[in-house]
Design a protein around this ligand. Structure first.
Ligand code: A2P
Ligand code: 11C
Length: 337
């Protein structure tokens, strides 16, 4: 069977990656509709060697569509996703707009594929935040084996998470530095080149950023475990593609580093890269363009009874967004539609 697919936000960083992933994974498509703002009308994008014109994202743009992948920002999702669902499409939404809605499933296919069944309630499935997705892909096998009581995570997040304009800002700042010229600071509150910003998104009254609280709340929803402790510090670093994460977990019972390595060596979506003495550990430069979540630096944390440390890296645009969305669409076609 082949499907009519729409991509809302097709001209963006994630939208473009969605087209790439649909092509690379040979998704069965009979019609592909590309949607964006009026700025992009007249543009054509290439898919499977064909030039497809970009159309305007409107509430009427979804007639005859089976699956609509949304990545045009949360406001557009709030405005247009319910209309797409009303027109009969199943929406896979990459924004944060619907993630914590109890009627809308929040899915990482390697972690909670059963939740997809809930799509019938509102016709929408939410794609989690990139930093949550890669963390849970790496932690799921440990969670299933010995349980996890508490997660302490610090992230090192690439500028592509902010979108095309931030990729340009980092490039321009690096070029300005090399040319001994002043740097322009527009997208982030401070210079991002040669810097680390302990702020991703805006601050909440509890002192955490929205990005940090997404990691807390989304983890609880996806693991269906409201009691799991999660505390996060999320940091923007001058990397173009690939989020890195230092993760410390307190497990429910003792597990050795060797056992964790054995579990992760065969875990879905994971590539174990853990030969540190040979200089082999996960790197952002190795994850860019790849589908797997790289895991390494696996060590026991001797400061507590049952603790493990890991270093987890994934392409934030692929597994963190476009690939996860397409994997959800694949599960839908395999098991539901
Ligand atoms: P456009 O290119 O026409 O502005 P990124 O995250 O890389 O900045 O991409 C954002 C995506 O969301 C782009 O495809 C962009 O389309 C789309 N988008 C932004 N605002 C709107 C809007 N008001 N209506 C439709 N699409 C929008
Ligand atoms: C970042 N995690 O790296 C953000 C981008 O909730 O989908 C994705 C924001 C979201 O900046």
């Amino acid at each position: 069977k082949e499907y009519a697919v729409a991509v809302a936000g097709a001209t963006g960083a994630v939208g473009g990656a969605m087209l790439d992933v649909l092509e690379r994974r040979n998704f069965p498509i009979k019609e592909l509709r590309l949607l964006a703002s009026e700025r992009s009308i007249g543009r054509k994008l290439t898919f499977r060697g064909e030039q497809i014109p970009v159309q305007l994202l409107t509430k009427d743009a979804f007639k005859g569509i089976d699956i609509a992948l949304f990545s045009a920002g949360g406001d557009r999702s709030l405005e247009f996703a319910p209309a797409a669902a009303a027109a009969g499409a199943i929406v896979v939404d990459n924004s944060s707009a619907f993630r914590m809605d109890p009627e809308i499933p929040l899915v990482v296919p390697e972690v909670n594929p059963h939740a997809i069944a809930q799509y019938t309630r509102r016709g929408i499935i939410a794609n989690p935040n990139c930093s949550t997705i890669q963390m849970l892909v790496a932690l799921k096998p440990i969670y299933d084996k010995v349980g996890i009581k508490r997660i302490v995570v610090s992230t090192y997040q690439a500028v592509s998470g902010t979108g095309t304009k931030a990729i340009l800002e980092l490039k321009n700042q690096i070029m300005a530095y090399a040319a001994d010229k002043p740097m322009e600071v527009k997208v982030y509150p401070h210079q991002i080149a040669f810097n680390c910003l302990p702020q991703i998104d805006s601050f909440l009254d509890n002192g955490y950023t929205k990005e940090e609280m997404k990691m807390v709340n989304e983890t609880r929803k996806i693991f269906e475990d409201p009691a799991i402790g999660v505390t996060a510090t999320t940091v923007r670093v001058p990397v173009f593609y690939g989020h890195s994460e230092s993760i410390n977990v307190e497990t429910g019972s003792k597990i050795s580093a060797e056992e964790v390595k054995r579990l992760l060596a065969t875990a879905p979506g994971v590539r174990l890269v853990d030969e540190p003495k040979q200089g082999l550990y996960p790197l952002a430069t190795d994850c860019a363009g790849n589908f797997e979540t790289l895991v390494g630096r696996i060590r026991e944390d001797d400061s507590i009874a049952n603790g493990i440390n890991l270093w987890v890296v994934a392409d934030n645009i692929l597994k963190g967004a476009a690939l996860n969305a397409v994997q959800i669409a694949e599960k839908l076609t395999a098991d539901y539609i």
